[in-house]
Design a protein. Structure first.
Length: 94
């Protein structure tokens, strides 16, 4: 088993984490005003599930982006494989 390059892995995890945090901060003030006014379907989950589910989802996203970034920086995958992840990150920031 090869040794993990921790600085590369931590940088790859930090990039989507910071991106998601900045996006959340940018819209945090508007959520309470518009979300409650939306017409939601009958199968909409209760509000108390929102936090835990999104926390698990973001942890999974961060882990996958971190792993793909790590594989890219250690040259174990070609750039073309990581390109959809990079484009998704860019489009989410915009």
């Amino acid at each position: 088993m090869k040794e993990i390059k921790w600085p590369s892995l931590l940088i790859c995890i930090a990039i989507p984490l910071v991106s998601g945090s900045l996006s959340g901060l940018a819209i945090a003030d508007n959520i309470s005003t518009w979300y409650s006014t939306l017409n939601k379907p009958s199968f909409n989950p209760p509000n108390y599930l929102f936090g835990p589910v999104w926390s698990v989802l973001y942890a999974t996203i961060i882990a996958s982006y971190g792993y793909v970034g790590y594989l890219l920086f250690t040259r174990k995958i070609p750039f073309v494989v990581a390109l959809p992840f990079i484009l998704n990150l860019i489009f989410n920031i915009l």
